[in-house]
Design a protein around this ligand. Sequence first.
Ligand SMILES: Cc1cc2nc3c(=O)[nH]c(=O)nc-3n(C[C@H](O)[C@H](O)[C@H](O)COP(=O)(O)OP(=O)(O)OC[C@H]3O[C@@H](n4cnc5c(N)ncnc54)[C@H](O)[C@@H]3O)c2cc1C
Length: 399
Amino acid sequence: MDELLSRQNLQWRDRARAVAREVVLPRAWKYDRLQEYPWDIKEALASAGLMKVWIPEEYGGAGGGVLDLCVVVEELSRCCGGTGVLFAVNALGSFPILLAGTEEQKRKYLPGIARGETLIAFGLSEKGAGSDAGGLSCRAEPDGKYYVLNGSKKWNTNGPAAHLNTVFAVTDPTSKSRRVSGFLLERDMPGYRVGYVEDKMGIRCVPVGELELENCRVHESQLLGGKPGLGFKHAMMTLDRARPGVAAQAVGLAQGALDFAMVYAQQRQQFGQPISSFQMVQQMLADMATKVAAARALVYAAAKAVDAGSESLTKYSAMCKLFATDVAMEVTTAAVQIFGGYGYMRDYPVEKYMRDAKITQIYEGTNQIQRLVVARNLIKEAGHLGHLERFIPVPEDLR
Ligand SMILES: Cc1cc2nc3c(=O)[nH]c(=O)nc-3n(C[C@H](O)[C@H](O)[C@H](O)COP(=O)(O)OP(=O)(O)OC[C@H]3O[C@@H](n4cnc5c(N)ncnc54)[C@H](O)[C@@H]3O)c2cc1C
């Protein structure tokens, strides 16, 4: 599908592909087993300049867009889904700074992120507030020129490794629309502590943990954008731009599982012939490849819509996330089926793809929530269909 990509997109894709094949693939199962942060892989990503893809040039980045980010995430995830998110989470954490940060905040943090020296996380979800992201209880109380944060965050991807965390907390509990604000918290700030680190089904090389904030006192210069009350809006704008990255992770995982299934189907002999010669196996492979192609095309289209600032970017971003991640689950499960009993074993590569794929249907908003977002936007946009009203029922003179 190279024809869907610009020369710049292809350059990023090829650079990421080289790192993925040479550095990520040979280490993927070791880090999955150990559930350890792969510092050597992160160094390779930084050395190849991949950590600066989405950061504007004036802050030390490469000035790429969401589609550039997506092609990199896809290639990394094709070799290891954990590495895909280990990379993409830095975009998730830094998009709020890009979209809403003050000039001072951008100058302070973005160059370090672009160099791959500052790792960043995104702290929105809490134990009691997942899908209902507006129901946060973590508090940030103003105290002169400071804010004092108390509470905890759940499922903070990269948090246990990160130097910086974009954290959302309630600054005005009495307000409905301006309740929440974003804060840029550094890990050595007093009262900031990484809590329980999760033992996960998949994406095991990237740590996901709790964040405990106990009288974490931060200067008002750490308030995202310098104005309180805009945090929920900034978080939602961030998710609109980050969801194509999750979708690209899903496409990469599906493609990687399909690649392995293709090789295995030609290698594995039963009834005296390779299993790829059986029509039912061929049908599975054909369906897998078709779904991957459809998902990839939608992800690229949605990423382009985001880069172009389309009015419908929220809808397309949700659509590509839900479609591609459902495809990833179907295709990785089918790959396990093609491997037969061996597919179920940890000694073989594809069960990891299936485990890594599952989370893509859950984080950055479950696929149930994506469907709500798509439906809400469809209904909002339905005004342009007014010309059809007179055809319900079809007027008698037209029948
Ligand atoms: C490994 C991992 C990493 C994560 N990383 C991050 C991160 O870096 N930062 C961050 O902020 N969050 C992160 N999350 C949180 C993630 O976004 C939430 O888990 C997700 O939004 C779902 O919230 P929940 O787990 O509380 O599920 P719940 O909201 O309790 O949902 C449970 C079920 O109910 C369904 N449901 C809920 N509400 C509705 C509704 N209105 N209509 C229909 N169905 C509904 C859901 O779809 C789901 O199937 C991560 C989660 C995991 C597991």
